[in-house]
Design a protein around this ligand. Structure first.
Ligand SMILES: Cc1ncc(COP(=O)(O)O)c(C=O)c1O
Length: 408
């Protein structure tokens, strides 16, 4: 506890990117965080979806400390055994033809890298994304994020967007884009579950159809599993659940436990065509520290059987949310996959009172629950740490019931 610090935002020198929660955190433990007045909050988003094993994980501290004492960063052309081990560990959990990995820093960087290699490999320019997909906010990735709403640049690179996620519409939409872009399409990037887009789960058939159209037109299929990867949905990767293997797999977040770690894994076939060519190169490529963390995450998920646990606890949380939605008017449409879930504030209520989310969030915070909204406050994502307990889930449901019945 840090009683010398005031529990409010001091923006004298801070550049405010967005409105911040009005509490200042002091420390964390498991799925809980504590503010400077020692009030505790259940963290339903595992930090920014990164802390798979919760806050203050002792195993991670040991791994990081050991690596810090040994070697944690090298020049980009010089490697350590940790890198080879992490690459092999990745190949073990992907299992199929996705066997060649490079490690980077953030999700945006990994997507930039995937786009760059796709354009290089195919000699084509256009990348297609889903209309409400999120792939980061660096200049390249943001052009494919939510239909490029944040900014657009003028150059040769082009984007196009798939508007309908219905399996029956895949082929016609792709054909139209191919026609419009004169077949100049390098890749399609998809999130298996759209996270920032509002926990949207397209039908498996959507991806099956997309894979077929990509094969027929020599288009690279990229799965962005920055949120869904590393066990979140109850499989190592959501593509395994869907039964469609991408050509390039991008991961971040849960694999780094709060450290900036991401990865790009290429199919063997693609890798053979591009290995050794400097298309992407960066300061934090294949850092030994990042790689030792990735191997620790993979080992721990296996040892603690966390894929099964995520399936079971995900089902329990979804059942309890459905039960709540039947009772409380404000809570609607619980949905998701494994331990990547979400719900909405009721559409009719939200349209009539668009500011209702402010009250909802403030009261949830007062009751000790830390939530984060998307879709202007209407949708709440729940991606807790993998070690969340049934008691913690019940705590969330009781607080949701209390606050929503009070407000509605
Ligand atoms: C699916 C997906 N891709 C990419 C990103 C960007 O990752 P980063 O913020 O680490 O650049 C995110 C971040 O939320 C994401 O959810």
């Amino acid at each position: 506890m840090n009683s010398t610090v005031e529990n409010k935002i001091d923006n004298t020198y801070l550049f405010e990117v967005a409105p911040y929660n009005p509490v200042i955190l002091d420390h964390g433990d498991g799925n809980w965080v504590y503010d400077v007045d020692n009030k505790k909050y259940l963290d339903l988003n595992s930090g920014q979806f990164c802390l798979s094993f919760g806050h203050n994980d002792k195993g991670l501290q040991e791994v990081v400390l050991n690596q810090l004492k040994k070697i944690y960063h090298t020049n980009t052309s010089t490697l350590t055994p940790e890198v080879f081990k992490a690459c092999k560990d990745m190949a073990d959990i992907t299992g199929g033809s996705l066997t060649k990995t490079m490690f980077l820093s953030t999700g945006s960087e990994a997507n930039e890298c995937a786009f760059r290699y796709s354009r290089f490999l195919t000699g084509k320019n256009t990348i297609i994304a889903l209309k409400n997909g999120y792939h980061g906010l660096t200049l390249g990735s943001q052009r494919l994020t939510m239909s490029g709403i944040w900014a657009r640049l003028m150059n040769n690179e082009k984007e196009a967007f798939i508007e309908s996620y219905e399996p029956k519409d895949v082929r016609s939409q792709m054909q139209e884009i191919l026609r419009e872009h004169e077949n100049d399409v390098a890749a399609v990037i998809v999130e298996p579950v759209l996270g920032v887009g509002g926990i949207v789960v397209p039908d498996n058939e959507f991806f099956v159809e997309l894979r077929k159209v990509c094969n027929e037109n020599n288009i690279i299929l990229i799965f962005d599993e920055c949120q869904t990867g590393f066990g979140r949905t109850g499989e190592w990767f959501a593509y395994q659940k869907i039964g469609v293997e991408p050509d390039i797999l991008v991961c971040a977040k849960a694999m780094g436990l709060g450290f900036a770690v991401s990865s790009v894994t290429f199919s063997k076939e693609l890798a053979e065509k591009i290995e050794g060519k400097i298309i992407h190169f960066s300061s934090h490529q294949n850092d030994p520290l990042a790689c030792s963390i990735v191997s620790y995450v993979i080992k721990t998920v296996k040892e603690k059987n966390l894929l099964e646990r995520n399936k079971t606890n995900g089902r329990y949380l979804l059942d309890r949310l459905n039960e709540l939605a039947r009772k409380c008017r404000l809570i609607s449409n619980p949905r998701g996959n494994g331990l990547m879930l979400g719900f909405d504030l009721d559409d009719d209520i939200f349209k009539k009172y668009p500011d209702i989310y402010k009250k909802f969030q403030a009261r949830m915070l007062e009751e000790g629950v830390l939530l984060q909204a998307v879709r202007r406050g209407q949708t709440y994502r729940l991606l807790p740490g993998y070690l969340i307990t049934k008691e913690e889930i019940d705590f969330l449901i009781n607080k949701l019931e209390l606050v929503s019945s009070e407000i509605a």
